[in-house]
Design a protein around this ligand. Structure first.
Ligand SMILES: Nc1ncnc2c1ncn2[C@@H]1O[C@H](COP(=O)(O)OP(=O)(O)O)[C@@H](O)[C@H]1O
Ligand SMILES: [Mg+2]
Length: 249
């Protein structure tokens, strides 16, 4: 069955809409259209930079560029890693960009780890009547050595609250605070995107947490897959999402 609701493919467009909300703005990594001169500037400011296709998902085509020394850069794709001289980087990247596709670049966020693996969170939001429901949250642990956490690239579903407890050194109050912050942020994101794109019904928000326990929003999917919820020890979120999707009122 085709997906019956409005979809917005462009990450740049969704980011621009979200940037206009001052409550959401601080959670967005700095984002620009890919441009080699701007990339150079960003590498002076940030530890690393992510380049991703504006349209397209599943972690496909993501590139991570990181300063290695004053004159060397480490370039990482999903399947390869190479150390290059600064002057070779733009050429190396351009060889990997697909013709006809636009690319964005984003301030890199150093993700917190669980079991030694970087992770981020997927939050599933669904519109029921006029209200947006927070219907599921799931951590995704990156497959060993991978630069993305996507389920289809070997990312492992993991209980979100357990991950939050682990990164806050089992401080339950702190873990709960992060959860509550994610909850209200997700509602605000859903309302903000929905006010501009009125046909949206479901959202899959990808949120990372850095070493200062700050939350960062990487992207918001408008056609989110929810298969990963099936791999969690409890199926209650999977069942809720499925029920709402197929029996929505
Ligand atoms: N700015 C970033 N800093 C660190 N990791 C990132 C960044 N952007 C993306 N990632 C990683 O790559 C994954 C895929 O990126 P995302 O923006 O979700 O695009 P896609 O549409 O391919 O899923 C994220 O889930 C996250 O693990
Ligand atoms: Mg994603």
């Amino acid at each position: 069955m085709g997906y019956p609701y409005q979809q917005i493919a462009s990450k740049a467009l969704k980011t621009m809409v979200l940037q206009k909300n001052e409550r959401i703005f601080p959670y967005l990594p700095e984002t620009y259209w890919y441009h080699p001169a701007k990339l150079k500037q960003m590498l002076d400011e940030y530890e690393f930079v992510f380049i991703k296709p504006d349209k397209g998902g599943g972690g496909g085509g993501a590139i991570r560029i990181k300063k290695w020394s004053d004159y060397e850069i480490v370039c990482h794709t999903l399947y390869s890693r190479k150390v290059l001289a600064s002057s070779e980087v733009a050429g190396w990247i351009e060889k990997r960009l697909k013709p006809g596709k636009r690319y964005i670049m984003q301030q890199g966020i150093r993700l917190m780890k669980v079991q030694g693996r970087p992770f981020d969170l997927r939050i599933h939001m669904q519109k029921v009547g006029k209200e947006w429901t927070f219907s599921g949250i799931c951590a995704k642990l990156a497959a060993p050595g991978k630069i993305v956490t996507n389920y289809c690239k070997g990312g492992q579903p993991y209980e979100a609250y357990k991950a939050l407890l682990e990164i806050s050194s089992y401080n339950q109050k702190r873990a709960k605070e992060i959860f509550v912050e994610l909850y209200y942020l997700s509602k605000e994101i859903a309302k903000t995107l929905n006010s501009r794109f009125t046909g949206l019904k479901e959202l899959g928000i990808d949120a990372g947490i850095d070493e200062q326990l700050r939350i960062w929003i990487f992207e918001v999917n408008t056609r989110p897959n929810f298969k990963m919820f099936r791999d969690l020890p409890s199926l209650h979120m999977y069942r809720r999402i499925k029920n709402i999707r197929y029996h929505r009122v």
